[in-house]
Design a protein around this ligand. Sequence first.
Ligand code: CA
Length: 439
Amino acid sequence: MYPIDETHDPALRSWVGSANAPGADFPVQNLPHGVFRRRASSEPWRGGVAIGDQVLDLAAAHAAGVFHGEAAVAAAHGGAGSLNGLMAMGPRAWLALRRALSALLREGSAQAPRLRACLVPQADAEHAVPARIGDYTDMYTSVHHAINVGRLFRPDNPLTPNFRWMPIGYHGRVSSIGVSGQRFRRPSGQRMPPGAAEPVFGPCERLDYELEIGIWIGPGNPAGEPVPLERAEAHVFGLCLLDDWSARDIQAWEDQPLGPFLAKNFATTISPWIVTMAALAPYRVPWTRPQDDPAPLAYLESEANRAAGGIDLAIEAWIETARMRAEGTGPARLSRSSFRHAYWTVGQMLAHHTVGGCNLQPGDLIGSGTQSGPLPGEQAALIELSEGGRRPVALGNGETRAFLEDGDAVILRGWCEREGFARIGFGECRGEVLPASGD
Ligand code: CA
């Protein structure tokens, strides 16, 4: 767990004026990392830090000589075209860089004139996936999502007996992970129509989004040496938003016995900015579970995890249909929830992932699983909101959706706020559905 220090002081203001605007996602208390270049240019990809509506070009800032000591080494890695090197360095280096950035970007910094030349407007920037992802794992840690979906797939057995004992997951696909702005073709595959004797092949008819948190791994662990829960967060660089696009009809037919395959491997979209665990320190909350649920096994239990393993991270999913774009009405909200409802914490996910000896590597990505909450409107996927497609959701402009249509864009947003601290945001994670290949 990371300390709350002077970098979280809500009174801090930046000489980048837009960072001080009420409701800004990227005040000087945030300082998330990403990889960018000027839009439609052939510039090299390099690392940057979001501040207000600007990107601080970390490679240029490092070249300007404004960093010293451990922060300078971290800034060199943070300015690279992928952030694996920075991720591998670990919490001490990350904190040194965060404290240096906070001092450089706050009001009154003597380096402001030099750093002004290192700013690129976010409106002029495009992003790449911020690290070379070696492996991607998708977890299943919302009990509300598991019960809502389980009822549809297995009415007699909605919550499998293992759910309350361990963080469930499967190993996913890296090649189709794209950064916000990703546009992907509707997948085709096999589905078994209700009552049919044989499957049919064609474009997915039940395409869905899943509102998730992405967890970026920092230093890895050697094979055969599990990461204990007490040290798990030292292996986490930060969080982003993640949309695990899902083909529900393909999933229903292929899912047994080995889990999702083509239902999930065609596209996953992530937000470009990684909010560090240090930035999230003020928004930690206790991890609790209902009294009648089993106590976790020893390797999934710690006092620190009980005290502050959760993160109060507000999350939303919005839809923008082709008609909304044409009529300029703006998107409609589908879901709102909080990561605080997760049944298992980030630390428990890592402890479980490695307990059998699996080695994680810097830049690995873990999806939290769909983060549905307990209340109406907190369902974080259409299959839950529309009750398996039976009750299409009204979008407020006369349109309805049971599942996604071609031309639909889904936009994820996330932010943290707490009395006495700044509000910090995650920016946007946007993906758009194109017609199936051959359509
Ligand atoms: Ca998922």
